[in-house]
Design a protein around this ligand. Structure first.
Ligand SMILES: O=C(O)CCC(=O)C(=O)O
Ligand SMILES: [Fe+2]
Length: 299
């Protein structure tokens, strides 16, 4: 059975090109074969992650009225509080059993209490740095100039999303899960989860495999825009969060996703180095327009 690989980013940070190429190759294989990987030595401190999880709990513990004052308004800004069952990651199924807070960079600078914890901003910056490192590895792996992807992501158009999956009080509706099966829309996603479990990833053979927490790692997956850009050389893999069957049902699940997006005006056109095996599959598209259309389909 295909396994999600664990890759050590510390080796990529070494200055010798041989080490960098070896890790870029491991990352290439992960993105090509499964679209998911666990990264060790991500550069984001354990303490910082714990602080953000703790702020996340405090935010979700606010009253519904307080959360609704911070409500998500539209796909264009895509920020704020999203209530339970509001979003359908799988549009053919009932709403997801989760609630979320979305942040973008501009908003993080102007937030009011209780959502303006400085660690959330520091974390956003740390995620940006990690994403840039991964994008450099992608460039090396795909035989592109080192900063090819990072310069196309330099407006920090990324969304940080705190997620809470509450304990289940009543049985779910038929087909209802914590997060419906979907692929992510952007270039890469960084995912941090607690140890409750439920995250599953679909292999190319169609089987669902568990993606449990592995201590001191960050999950990274490639999104649809990266799949288009690379002409399907990297895959954007479906994943979902299932409802646990055991005593974990009584526990909340918390996770944090950092959705990394290219600048809105980036034309996502098939990379030349990805046309060796097949002609371009997808027509060029502007990143901003594509992301907006995907968000509109899920709310
Ligand atoms: O909560 C998780 O572990 C996954 C969430 C997810 O896939 C998403 O929000 O796109
Ligand atoms: Fe996702």
């Amino acid at each position: 059975m295909l396994k999600i690989p664990i890759i050590d980013l510390a080796i990529f940070r070494k200055s010798d090109i041989k080490s960098q190429q070896a890790i870029a190759k491991e990352i290439y294989d992960a993105c090509h074969k499964i679209g998911f990987m666990y990264l060790r030595n991500s550069g984001i401190s354990k303490d910082l992650i714990a602080q953000v999880f703790s702020h996340s709990k405090s935010l979700f513990n606010l009253s519904l009225a307080a959360k609704q004052k911070l409500a998500w308004k539209n796909e264009l800004s895509n920020i704020g509080y999203v209530g339970i069952e509001r979003e359908r990651l799988d549009p053919n199924q009932p709403g997801d059993l989760k609630e979320a807070f979305n942040f973008n960079k501009a908003e993080l600078l102007t937030l009011q209490p209780p959502a303006n914890e400085p660690e959330i901003f520091v974390f956003y910056q740390a995620c940006t740095e990690l994403a840039n490192k991964i994008l450099q590895a992608f460039a090396l792996a795909l035989e592109l100039p080192e900063y090819f992807f990072t310069i196309r992501h330099n407006q920090q158009n990324h969304t940080l999303r705190l997620l809470h999956y509450p304990p289940l009080q009543t049985p779910p509706k038929p087909g209802q899960v914590r997060a419906g099966e979907h692929s992510d829309y952007g270039s890469i996603t960084l995912l941090f989860q607690d140890n409750v479990g439920g995250l599953e990833v679909q292999t190319t053979a169609g089987e669902w495999i568990a993606a449990p927490t592995i201590p001191d790692t960050v999950i990274v997956n490639t999104g649809d825009l990266m799949q288009r850009w690379t002409n399907d050389v990297f895959c954007s893999t479906k994943h979902r969060v299932m409802i646990p069957h055991d005593q974990q049902l009584e526990r909340s699940r918390y996770s944090i996703a950092f959705f990394c997006h290219p600048n809105d005006d980036t034309e996502i056109a098939c990379l030349e180095t990805c046309q060796k095996e097949r002609a371009p599959i997808y027509p060029p598209i502007l990143a901003g327009e594509y992301l907006l259309s995907r968000l509109q389909a899920t709310y």
